[in-house]
Design a protein around this ligand. Structure first.
Ligand SMILES: Nc1nc2c(c(=O)[nH]1)N[C@H]1C(S)=C(S)[C@@H](COP(=O)(O)OP(=O)(O)OC[C@H]3O[C@@H](n4cnc5c(=O)[nH]c(N)nc54)[C@H](O)[C@@H]3O)O[C@H]1N2
Ligand SMILES: Nc1nc2c(c(=O)[nH]1)N[C@H]1C(S)=C(S)[C@@H](COP(=O)(O)OP(=O)(O)OC[C@H]3O[C@@H](n4cnc5c(=O)[nH]c(N)nc54)[C@H](O)[C@@H]3O)O[C@H]1N2
Ligand SMILES: [Mo]
Length: 691
């Protein structure tokens, strides 16, 4: 018997990007565990990923190419060979491209976050083809835009510093479920005497473990930040020196927040004025005592109409109180711009035709698949190549998405591990390898280590890495640039820019052996200012926003759908609904792993006792959640975890595991955010009734 330990990296869309050790016995991966030596992983994996072998060797893995023999959506397929599959695809793509390659659309997101199996060979292929470009907005682009206007880049407090903070605001995130290795640091801070405050409309697994929970209305965070700035400035709880040296537009900000009294703020947020004052005072006085105040800001705040502005307003707070002076102070939304990725080399946008192809927003895929050719749109979408994504389950306004995917004249190819809701609509399904079966290299969005993934086992069945599938398609299309012959190792070796001092020590061979390597970054990124904005300052006033048609100062943009902002709609649909991640799923990944699905049970809807009684709903009743866009079924959990007026359906269920074949995205809308063109998953009004 031969046993080896292979260094790998968790590929999933999560800030933690853990270092894994895979035990391999005679070519079979028998165990996956967290690397005890990696500083943020610290030997611990989440429940989901510690089941990675159960997922990899799952009996339902797609292990050979297949073509559809039933109706679209029905899920009936027949095995075919790779040659037939790739010939069918290349013949069809050539025919469409001869008319207009923009009628072909790649659709991908972060099924794997790997820089190789994500957008390297695939992007080169579609760029060379001249296919439509995909605007990748489904998750984080609103908050990213708001943060970049204010701070300059997605760089913030290092997760390894949080244990030294005195006060931590956990704002719009549920790290117990979705950012476990930050939560471990927050717990350590708590043991050292820090206070933790959760800001979340829902008493999440995290909120219940914090010292305090502020349960504001969804979509009102921008108002809360304005109210905090009002109190901080009025009560002189600011760091005047830091503000004078390292910020832009303080006087205008001061004028702007005058109207945001605690009373007005409290009304907009559905909380008390005392809560606003107390939070501002605690944040301001802790900072004035010279102690570190930190904010873990997360994407839960930005899935609403004013989501970009909410992130922007919150990102102003640390500069106002000088929190950036401490390594353990400041704010972390994302670390992703810390990494000097060589995107131009990985993705080769220079291969695109001189006339840049049109761009399709992935968040409006439902409507866009249903559009005819038009001057302001371009050609009808005739072919869709899906990889690393499950749009039929995860994209908003799902009835339209499913209707679009069901179009008989649409040619759809899905590269997958499993027969997902999306794969059910494919003409051709291609078997992709998992992280244990291929090579990759990772940047992260939650810590500062470059990460290597070695292949632990040979591909199962006839599965191939995404890169190899696109390499072979490129060959069939006659694309002969040398970049289409590069191996996965060749690509990985170019992933980071060594000319940048942060990655000066990057060496792929060494990284593969060691598994991980920290970037060269200062502990406190903005202790002496140096913000990567045009002014070099934290921009309370932002000229670029003015140019982009936005208010250049922090403001409040109410939800598209809420009782206050749309009282007419609220007469019929009075309840706000959010659908944040369930702990045992990773978006829609892992829903088909039995042990994890069993833990989640079935689709639930958390509803406040007062709202339940009004509707004659009892705990355990089956309920129908509906609005003008659609409906879905869930089992009611009557609980005050959901504040009154709010219902919560933890997600993202595969539709095929639900009694009615539907999930929460039946009722979400394709309306977009104020900036970043992102979806508004948590900006939804519904009605609920006993089914
Ligand atoms: N277990 C698990 N982990 C995951 C994921 C998963 O699906 N499962 N998904 C991964 C991905 S892709 C992402 S983007 C991240 C997402 O993780 P987070 O950034 O933490 O964001 P969400 O899970 O969207 O929402 C987190 C919290 O925000 C709250 N929330 C909803 N609306 C509002 C609001 O308007 N204001 C405020 N203040 N709070 C609000 C929700 O109740 C929820 O408790 O997690 C990653 N990690
Ligand atoms: N209602 C509601 N909807 C949401 C959200 C929400 O909170 N509520 N969250 C949104 C967010 S934050 C996000 S990020 C999106 C996530 O949406 P997606 O990025 O689509 O994520 P997943 O649903 O996990 O689907 C990823 C798929 O990629 C496949 N995959 C993994 N690795 C590979 C690989 O190496 N090769 C290939 N070919 N396939 C692979 C997996 O098997 C999986 O089926 O969903 C969004 N949708
Ligand atoms: Mo996400």
């Amino acid at each position: 018997m031969t046993v080896s330990i292979v260094r790998a990296t968790c590929p999933h869309d999560c800030p933690d990007t853990c270092a894994m050790l895979v035990t391999v016995q005679d070519g079979v991966a028998t165990q996956v565990r967290g690397d005890p030596e990696h500083p943020t992983t610290a030997g611990a994996l989440c429940t989901k990923v510690s089941r990675y072998t159960e997922r990899t060797y799952h009996k339902d893995r797609v292990l050979h190419p297949m073509k559809r023999i039933g109706k679209k959506g029905e899920g009936k397929f027949q095995r075919i060979g790779w040659d037939e599959a790739l010939d069918t695809i290349s013949t069809r793509l050539k025919a469409i491209a001869a008319r207009d390659p923009q009628a072909i659309l790649p659709y991908s997101y972060a099924g794997t976050m790997g820089l190789v199996q994500g957008e390297s060979m695939a992007a080169r292929f579609f760029h060379k083809l001249g296919a439509s470009l995909l605007e990748r907005t489904i998750c984080a682009s609103a908050g990213g835009a708001g943060y970049i206007y204010t701070i300059g880049a997605r760089i913030g407090t290092d997760v390894e510093q949080f244990q030294n903070a005195r006060l931590i605001l956990i704002w719009g995130g549920n790290p117990v479920a979705s950012n476990l290795h930050f939560w471990m640091r927050a717990q350590e801070a708590k043991r050292r005497g820090a206070r933790l405050i959760a800001i979340d409309p829902y008493r999440s697994l995290t909120a219940e473990k914090c010292h305090q929970h502020i349960a504001l209305l969804p979509g009102s965070d921008a108002a809360l930040a304005l109210g905090l700035m009002h109190v901080l400035i009025a009560e002189k709880l600011i760091d005047e020196e830091y503000v004078a040296q390292h910020t832009l537009g303080f006087d205008q900000l001061k004028e702007r927040v005058k109207e945001w009294t605690p009373q007005r703020t409290a009304q907009a947020c559905g909380i008390t004025a005392a809560e606003v004052e107390q939070l501002a005072r605690e944040y301001g006085t802790t900072a004035q005592r010279g102690e570190a105040v930190a904010i873990r800001l997360n994407y839960g705040v930005q899935r609403v109409h004013g989501g970009g502005m909410a992130v922007r307003n919150i990102a102003c707070l640390p500069a106002l109180v000088g929190a950036w002076r401490h390594a353990a102070g400041g704010v972390q939304l994302s670390a992703s711009d810390s990494f000097p990725k060589n995107s131009r080399v990985l993705q080769r946008p220079d291969l695109m035709p001189a006339q840049r192809p049109r761009t399709i927003n992935m968040s409006t895929i439902g409507s866009d698949l249903l559009r005819a050719a038009a001057p302001d749109f371009g050609p009808q979408i005739e072919a869709l190549i899906v990889y690393n994504a499950n749009p039929v389950a995860v994209a908003p306004e799902s009835a339209k998405v499913a209707q679009g995917f069901a179009r008989e004249d649409l040619f759809t190819v899905v590269l997958e591990h499993f027969q997902t809701d999306t794969a059910d609509y494919a003409d051709i399904v291609l078997p992709a390898t998992t992280q244990l079966e291929h090579v990759d290299i990772h940047a992260t969005y939650g810590h500062l280590y470059m990460m290597a993934n070695n292949a632990a086992i040979a591909p199962l069945g006839e599965a191939k890495p995404n890169t190899e599938i696109f390499r072979q398609l490129a060959h069939r299309m006659g694309f002969d640039d040398p970049c289409f012959r590069e191996s996965d190792d060749d690509i990985a070796a170019q992933a980071f820019n060594r000319a940048n001092e942060r990655a000066i020590h990057f060496d792929w061979d060494a990284l593969k052996r060691k598994g991980w390597q920290k970037l060269n970054m200062p502990d406190a990124p903005f202790a002496n200012g140096g913000f990567p904005t045009p002014s070099g300052k934290c921009e309370f006033y932002c000229e670029r926003m003015l140019r982009d048609g936005l208010d250049p100062l922090p403001t409040y943009i109410p939800p598209h759908e809420s009782v206050a902002s749309n009282p007419e709609l609220a007469k019929t649909y009075p309840l706000a609904m959010i659908s944040p991640p369930a702990r045992n799923f990773l978006n829609s990944t892992f829903v088909n792993v039995e042990s994890l699905r069993d833990t989640e049970g079935e689709p639930h809807l958390d509803i406040h006792p007062v709202d339940a009684v009004e509707r004659g709903i009892e705990d355990g009743n089956r309920v129908r959640i509906h609005n003008a866009r659609g409906s879905f079924l869930a089992t009611a959990r009557v609980t005050d975890r959901a504040r009154q007026g709010l219902v919560v359906g933890l997600s993202i269920w595969w539709k095929k595991f639900a009694a009615d074949g539907k999930n929460a995205n039946e009722v979400t809308s394709q309306r977009l955010t104020d900036m970043g063109n992102a979806p508004t998953f948590y900006d939804v009004l519904v009605q609920v009734e006993k089914a």
